[in-house]
Design a protein around this ligand. Structure first.
Ligand code: ADP
Length: 446
């Protein structure tokens, strides 16, 4: 505040002093040569001062038309202070502007140097900016295509479907037409209500390694399947037909061998199921599934597995779901068999299908051992077990929830787990609204 007042004084002070000197001169002339002369002198001096002010106003007006640091005019008296101040302000603003330009330039350089493609688009997917890697990945040119709709330029069906669906929770893996032999992973980040960043990454190498790993696991599992079936078959035959002829030690060994062969067989089957699920992103066939019927079937399996040790109940409503029936049945079956295996005898297991947030939830609730919160995020990792020995004892392969995860990803669904150690768990497979087939009445109303 004081600096503003100081500035004002610095401009007005000399002007008032000058007026006072002129007034004193005129008064002196009037005293010496008569009042008339004094008055005339005062009029002439004021007119001269007025013209000077007019001149500098015109100079200022002219400069303001095209303000630039180099063309700042010089002035006399209070005007020299005004122009000096304009000079300082103009210089400060030019420095700030240059700094802004430098920062933007540096930012663009940094983004251009990224190994990932960055494409900035508005709400209607029109390109606003992109880095050279983005241009190469999607076969576009910023100069040529700026302002054009991205989906009109990149015609890959998977890309267009992904962008138009507007569901960006999962990255898209696709082979761009513009770059044969290359595999891209693409994610969309919505960072303002009307703007998004499309990020593309070349994952050719990691996909190749991943495919090699998948093929290796699938081939080994496949090769192991036949010998294992033979071993298991012979052991079964021996145990069925010759058990009475074996001495207790041998019988014990045979029984152990049979159990382990069984475990290996389940492991091989689960590994093959996982490879099958991984080899394609979408389910092969989609059909209308009667969720209540599916839950009832899985409940029957649960009763057989439980063998009367648990109270198994079902709560369903009439819901139909769109998806691959076998896959969903196997995923839900895994959740339910876990509930049976991790619930001590006498516990309750409840199977439900219900409408939730516009979609469908297939739930299983148990009063079993529960899972501590720190383990929950890792449950769907392959071979992740909270208690290894318990999992083995109950015949677990450690792959059940990994299979569930893959099936759900293929159906754009997710797994929700709520659990408390010692009290039980709720495992819920939630399918989005697009997978729920609305009942007749609801569809007509819509
Ligand atoms: P597993 O064959 O070992 O059961 P899963 O992938 O099916 O493998 O499950 C991973 C781990 O999650 C299990 O080892 C177990 O520790 C835990 N888990 C799964 N379901 C339940 C449940 N209903 N209650 C308690 N723990 C569970």
């Amino acid at each position: 505040m004081s600096s503003v007042a100081d500035g004002r004084h610095r401009v007005i002070g000399p002007a008032i002093l000058r007026l006072a000197i002129v007034g004193a001169l005129c008064a002196g002339a009037g005293w010496m040569f008569g009042t008339r002369v004094g008055l005339w002198l005062a009029v002439v001096c004021l007119a001269a001062l007025y013209l000077v002010q007019l001149y500098y106003l015109a100079v200022l007006g002219g400069w303001l038309e095209t303000p630039s640091l180099a063309a700042i005019p010089n002035g006399i008296g209070a005007w020299s202070e005004v122009f000096a101040r304009l000079y300082r302000q103009q210089r400060a603003s030019e420095i700030a502007q240059q700094r802004l330009i430098d920062n933007e330039e540096r930012f663009r350089h940094t983004i251009s140097a990224l190994p990932d493609g960055i494409i900035l688009v508005d709400a209607s997917l029109q390109i606003e900016w992109c880095n050279p890697v983005g241009e190469r990945h999607l076969g576009i040119s910023l100069k040529r295509d700026n302002g054009l709709r991205l989906t009109n330029l990149v015609r890959d069906p998977a890309f267009v479907a992904y962008m138009n669906a507007g569901r960006y929770e999962q990255a898209l893996l696709f082979a761009p037409l513009a770059l044969p032999g290359v595999m891209l992973s693409m994610a969309v980040v919505e960072f303002e209500p009307a703007r998004s960043i499309v990020v593309t990454r070349d994952v050719t190498q990691s996909e190749r390694v991943d495919a090699m790993r998948r093929d290796f696991v699938a081939n080994v599992s496949h090769e192991l399947r036949t010998p294992l079936t033979v071993v298991k078959g012979f052991l079964e035959t021996i145990l069925d037909d010759r058990a009475s002829e074996l001495d207790p030690t041998r019988l014990h060994h045979m029984t152990l061998m049979h159990e382990q062969a069984d475990r290996m067989h389940s492991l091989v089957e689960d590994l093959l199921t996982l490879s099958r699920l991984e080899s394609r992103q979408d389910p092969e066939t989609e059909e209308q599934i009667d969720a209540a019927q599916l839950v009832a079937e899985v409940a029957d399996e649960a009763r057989t597995l439980s063998n009367g040790r648990h109270h198994v109940s079902v709560e369903t409503s009439r819901i139909r779901l769109l998806g691959a029936r076998d896959e969903i049945r196997s995923a839900y079956g895994n959740l339910v068999s876990n509930a049976v295996r991790y619930t001590p005898a006498g516990g309750r297991i409840t199977l439900r299908c219900l409408e939730q947030d516009g979609g469908v939830a297939l739930q299983v609730q148990d009063t079993g051992i529960g899972v501590a919160p720190e383990h929950i995020p890792r449950l769907t990792e392959r071979f992740y077990r909270v208690d290894k020995s318990r999992s083995r004892e109950t015949g677990g392969t450690g792959l059940g929830l990994a299979i569930v995860k893959h099936v759900l990803i293929r159906h754009q669904a997710r797994l929700d787990v709520q659990s408390e150690v010692g009290r039980g768990s709720v495992f819920s497979a939630w399918f989005p609204p697009a997978r729920r087939i609305a009942p007749e009445g609801e569809r007509e109303a819509a």
